[in-house]
Write a protein that binds this ligand. Sequence first.
Ligand code: NAD
Length: 258
Amino acid sequence: MGVEVNLEGKIALVTGASSGLGARFAKILALGGAQVVLAARRTERLKELRAEIEAEGGAAHVVSLDVTDHNSIKSAIAHAETEAGPLDILVNNAGVSHTGRLLDVAPDDYHFVMNTNLHGAFFVAQEVAKRMVARVKGDPKRQHRIINIASVAGLRTLPQIGVYCISKAAVVHMTRAMASEWGRYGINVNAICPGYIETEINHDHFATEHGKKLIDMLPRKRIGQPQDLDGLLLLLAADESHFINGAIINADDGMMAQ
Ligand code: NAD
């Protein structure tokens, strides 16, 4: 007898789905049976991903979303629900980084990171949660999931990316605050803190001497691939995780245990 995660009938929105982890999260949710809404600014890339998902037998929709723009958030969520139906799952994944010492960070760079990683994630979750709360009043057994993509950088500081660390630490605490307030409405809010995962933003860096040294310092001298987060994401998205709320789970190959 086998046990498998079944997301059939679920509708999931993934922010920042145009590349890296977001694209993989959307694919694995679709493989699990969910209808996925791909949300980001680069809609051409989202359309390519939609075609890939459909070719594998999944269902996907594309919406344009800039998480730093309140009007864009409101219209993207409304568009998503008109196209696909009421959202059951949000993967709050869009994120950016900035490299530099805290002493040198310019206001624009600071606001760029905080507006995307923290304020963007907050207002996307708030807009989605308002709709979830309204629905659960008519259907108290309805289950909802919000999965915030934080980082090990939200649990410990890492050199040269101080503002990113600050933003992700705030996402970690935001997750607990949301879980505490929204749990009674059947919304489970959890965070994944990935370690180093190879995506477009860091692929070139890991090929440099500095990047190779960094990999050498990791517990198993390896970085992850986006699919290494599949199991955790599916667990947090599934109905079976209904007793997990406010959890901050690192998926880092042992980095935080060092
Ligand atoms: P990525 O750059 O490939 O993905 C980030 C996505 O967010 C992109 O698709 C980008 O277009 C989107 N995005 C950025 N600003 C946006 C905005 N204003 N509105 C809408 N979308 C926007 O990088 P990734 O590695 O896939 O990162 C995904 C998430 O995972 C981020 O939150 C990142 O901080 C987090 N993370 C990544 C790693 C890693 O090692 N790759 C580790 C820990 C956490």
